[in-house]
Write a protein that binds this ligand. Structure first.
Ligand code: ADP
Length: 467
């Protein structure tokens, strides 16, 4: 990366130098030509002033050239282009008519003209400047060797080369330093990221000069935190699952031990009276029922948790469903001397009939079980704005303030004996909570010891209606 950065830096710099050089060459060349022409016109003015055209012009210009002490070539022409005097020609009679020369043509037309060309007479590239004299009868032309900027290049080249070498060295240094300020933080960030391998990864990203680098550290930090949170969540879920399995096996072990005990009594003929035998068999049946309830609830909860439950969605008519649940629980209500009341709007919705049945029967069953003889259970189902509200209220034993938060935990029973006697598993409310959260609904519990409990569940409804 460092190498690539330096290479690109130098490539851009070279391009800039070439473009700058070309533009300077053209602009300075033009400027130099303009200045030279101005100077030469001043010289022409002086020559014109000094010349006496009635005398021998040729010898006069030679004198002037000597006086000027430079290699200026002076030519004096008549307006018809014939040469009157020339400092560099041995015999002016031999010189051809100059009226076809560019600078002469321009001078005849505009009073002044110039041209650059190769002179056959002097074998040099020359600049010619011609101007009409004050009296208008002649044209004075001066010419010098003219190479443009090429003449200066020999002088300019050494300092230019030194400057270029200096600029390139400086560019490499700056590019090197710049790439270091980027590559170093990247290396540090990568090194810091390797801490993820440790057991308890801790990250300490520095703040850098460039915002983009800080974004990398910030995003990495966030990602790592998310990974950590996910890992913690997975650990927690693993722990909860392990706890669940250990609780479940513990809960199953108790009825199995009882069944084994009663079976052994029967096998070893230790239950001698008919009555004891009958009692043993009845206990075995009760424990088997309890195991069946437990297994069903465990299966239900594990399916709900792993979201494996293939949810069959169909049109559910809530009022007939509630009637069915109440009818199935009626014998237990009679047994417990509890009266069931219902008030249900004729709601129809798209939902899982199995989940709604499970939810209603768990709540109503609890309201019957944890009641007292002569008690009541009120079930109300209404549609309020776009949600269905299910209320199961009883005037039974109630739940204490400290137990309220715990009753939704798995296998939690306030009174284990009472729960088990009525076929409870400690999983009913946990299943209710899962079903409600599957529906993105809310669950509320109001209760007072000795006065009764009210469970309120709100389930959002879409496109469903009250018929
Ligand atoms: P269980 O199978 O024991 O009924 P649940 O999860 O359904 O398990 O209920 C957990 C505990 O919450 C019960 O053991 C009981 O103590 C208490 N509980 C549940 N519903 C009621 C209620 N309506 N009135 C009083 N206590 C209740």
């Amino acid at each position: 990366m460092k190498r690539a950065m330096i290479q690109r830096f130098i490539a851009v710099l070279s391009l800039a130098l070439v473009v700058f050089g070309m533009i300077s060459y053209v602009v300075s060349g033009n400027r130099l030509l303009d200045n030279t022409i101005v100077n030469m016109r001043q010289v022409i003015g002086s020559i014109d002033y000094a010349l006496d055209y009635n005398e021998d012009v040729n010898s006069q210009v030679k004198e002037i050239q000597k006086a000027l002490k430079n290699n200026l070539r002076i030519t004096v022409l008549k307006n018809d282009g014939s040469v009157v005097a020339d400092t560099d020609a041995a015999d002016i009679e031999m010189l051809s008519n100059h009226s076809d020369r560019d600078e002469v043509k321009q001078a005849l037309k505009n009073g002044f003209g110039y041209a650059t060309r190769y002179s056959d007479t002097l074998s040099e590239k020359m600049l010619y400047v011609a101007e009409q004299t004050q009296n208008g009868a002649y044209i004075v032309r001066v010419s010098i060797e003219y190479q443009g900027l090429t003449d200066y290049l020999r002088i300019l080249l050494p300092p230019l080369l030194i400057a270029i070498i200096f600029v390139f060295a400086a560019a490499m240094l700056v590019a090197g330093r710049f790439s270091y300020t980027v590559t170093k933080p990247l290396g540090e960030i990568a090194e810091e990221m390797l801490h993820i391998r440790s057991e308890e990864p801790e990250f300490d990203f520095k703040t850098y000069q460039y915002e983009e680098l800080n974004i990398i550290s910030y995003t990495t930090d966030q990602l790592i935190n998310e990974i950590k949170e996910n890992m913690d969540r997975l650990d927690f879920e693993k722990k909860v699952r392990q706890e669940f399995f250990s609780n479940a096996s513990h809960e199953l072990k108790t009825p199995i031990t009882s069944i084994k005990g009663y079976t052994e009594l029967l096998q070893n003929n230790l239950a001698n009276s008919e009555e004891t035998k009958k009692d043993c068999i009845q206990r075995i049946i009760r424990e088997t029922d309890h195991m069946t309830n437990l297994i069903n609830d465990i299966l239900m909860i594990s399916k709900l948790e792993t979201k494996e439950l293939s949810v069959d969605i169909s049109e559910v008519r809530i009022a007939p469903l509630l009637a069915e649940v109440l009818e199935s629980l009626q014998p237990i209500a009679i047994q417990n001397e509890v009266t069931l009341h219902q008030d249900c709007q004729p709601i129809v919705m798209q939902d899982s009939v199995d989940q709604l049945r499970e939810l209603l029967s768990n709540l109503i069953m609890n309201a019957i079980k944890y009641n007292r003889p002569g008690g009541d259970v009120w079930v109300t189902i209404i549609k309020q704005s776009s949600e269905m509200t299910i209320t199961v209220k009883d005037n039974g034993i109630g739940i204490s303030e400290e137990d309220k938060a715990r009753v939704f935990e798995r296998f939690y029973c306030v009174d284990k004996g009472r729960s088990k006697k009525s076929g409870g598993t400690g999983l009913g409310l946990s299943i209710v909570k899962h079903i409600v959260s599957y529906h993105s609904g809310t669950l509320e519990l109001e209760s007072e010891l000795g006065r009764g409990s009210t469970f309120t569940i709100r389930i959002p409804m879409q496109n469903e209606n009250v018929v």
